[in-house]
Design a protein around this ligand. Structure first.
Ligand code: GAP
Length: 431
């Protein structure tokens, strides 16, 4: 049984993730990503990009600003609706999300039942832009990337000369002042989203909603997540966000239970209509067939890079016994693994030849490592723990037969291949 604590410890020990500003006591709900974390994130982003483009090719990419004026967030409904119910314990002064705990019972921290009333807590980070701090300079850090797509809808459509249906996709940071950030990367205050807004005619929305749910569901198996840990959960009408007429969540079974990994929502014409009304700019589209204008409907697919990062860590975390010795490994699919292969000389006497092979493979664009320190067994364990699918060991025989031993992470089985086959071996592994 794997616990979140074990996964957090490995992520820190091996330099995937660090607490932000750790030497100053840390900033709650904010994290920094180390070398392996950066590589894993890059693989997540590129797998997502590739997946949406293989579902529908007519997708444009946008990188919107992080700050948005008050007017934008009023139009989107966030200033009025984007809040969580908050409650305090007057005894121990702890603060909770009221929907996270049972307020009919005593405080889970101090055991006293001394609750304040429930208040709504605005989740957006507010700031002022420019030297003057007044009502007109109020701006917010975006709590979702989607709005910059909606406000750029007309710009994107006209400058790229596309026709409906088409999509606009964006990967970027979002910020939410969560009352209780928790469960590591699951609920953060600064995080990254991958969002696709798919614009279509109103009568096409049903078909595209189903298509995107199916495609997004299949994506997770495709990147190696165990399908038995994934399920679809359509929302009840009562829990729908203010902009959505229907939503299906893709849930993953984290060590703390089934929780949302991605949401697919039918946002109808809510956002474009709101921005049309509030900005006074016409965001409708002219239909040559019917000779009339209409506001497109939107199907949204939204997933957090960090939440998917945590999903991959949880899903890949495996403990087993090899040759009577316990080991921990991350069983990433080769495509998602941060490091694709390690090159290990059997002894330091063989380092020169191994480095030459390592350099040759690295220069071909493979993300690989060279490691000469410690016993060969320890070096294998180190690579297992960061999820490297294969290790190539250069030994004294290699000097004679021009071959290396390939050792598989998952089975610990070894085979011998010619050095001239290493590149194609890796290529096959990744495709
Ligand atoms: N534009 C729609 C939207 O933002 P959401 O369900 O609030 O919808 C979408 O967020 C996705 O963003 C979630 O499914 C999750 O993967 C990620 N996400 C949301 N809040 C997060 C947080 N506080 N920390 C990490 N990821 C978060």
């Amino acid at each position: 049984m794997k616990s979140l604590d074990q996964i957090v410890a490995l992520a820190k020990r091996r330099g995937f993730v660090y607490q932000a500003s750790e030497i100053y006591g840390g900033l709650n709900g904010v994290y920094d990503f180390g070398h392996l974390g950066v590589l894993l994130k890059q693989n997540i982003r590129s797998a997502w990009r590739q997946s949406i483009l293989t579902t529908q090719s007519n997708i444009l990419f946008l990188e919107g600003s992080l700050l948005g004026p008050h007017a934008l967030w009023e139009a989107s409904g966030h200033t009025q609706n984007f809040s969580d119910p908050m409650i305090d314990c007057t005894n121990c002064k702890r603060r909770f999300r009221a929907d996270d705990i049972d307020i009919k019972k005593a405080c889970p921290v101090c055991g006293k039942a001394a609750w304040t009333d429930i208040r709504q807590f605005q989740l957006m980070f507010k700031t002022n832009v420019g030297a003057v701090s007044d009502k007109s300079s109020v701006a917010y850090l975006r709590p979702e990337t989607a709005q910059s797509i909606f406000v750029n809808f007309k710009n994107m459509m006209s400058t790229n000369r596309v026709k409906l249906p088409f999509g606009i996709a964006q990967i970027g940071k979002a910020f939410r002042n969560e009352i209780t950030p928790k469960q590591f990367l699951f609920r953060m205050r600064e995080f990254e989203q991958m969002e696709l807004e798919w614009f279509c005619k109103p009568d096409q929305a049903d078909r595209f909603f189903k298509l995107w749910v199916e495609s997004r569901h299949a994506f997770y198996t495709h990147i190696g997540v165990n399908p038995s840990n994934i399920k679809l959960r359509p929302h009840d009408t009562k829990e729908l966000a203010h902009y959505s007429s229907r939503t299906t969540d893709i849930e993953y079974e984290f060590p703390f239970g089934y929780k949302e990994l991605e949401g697919i929502a039918d946002r109808g014409d809510f956002d474009l209509k709101q921005h049309s009304t509030h900005s006074g700019k016409d965001l409708s589209v002219y239909d040559d067939e019917t000779k009339s204008s209409y506001i497109p409907h939107v199907i949204e697919c939204s997933v957090g890079v960090d939440r998917l990062f945590l999903t991959l860590l949880c899903d890949a975390y495996t403990q087993d016994t090899i040759g009577g010795e316990e080991r921990t490994m991350l069983k990433f699919s080769p495509r998602m693994a941060p490091i694709k292969a390690a090159f290990l000389p059997l002894t330091k006497k063989l380092s020169e030849q191994t480095i030459a092979l390592y350099n040759d493979i690295a220069q071909q664009g493979f993300m690989v490592e060279f490691d000469e320190s410690g016993s060969i067994g320890k070096r294998y364990r180190r690579q297992d723990e960061i999820g490297t699918p294969v290790c190539f060991t250069y030994d004294f025989e290699s000097l004679e037969d021009n071959a290396v031993t390939v050792r598989s992470r998952d089975t610990a089985q070894q085979e011998r291949i010619g050095i001239d086959r290493v590149s194609s071996y890796l290529h096959d592994l990744l495709t």
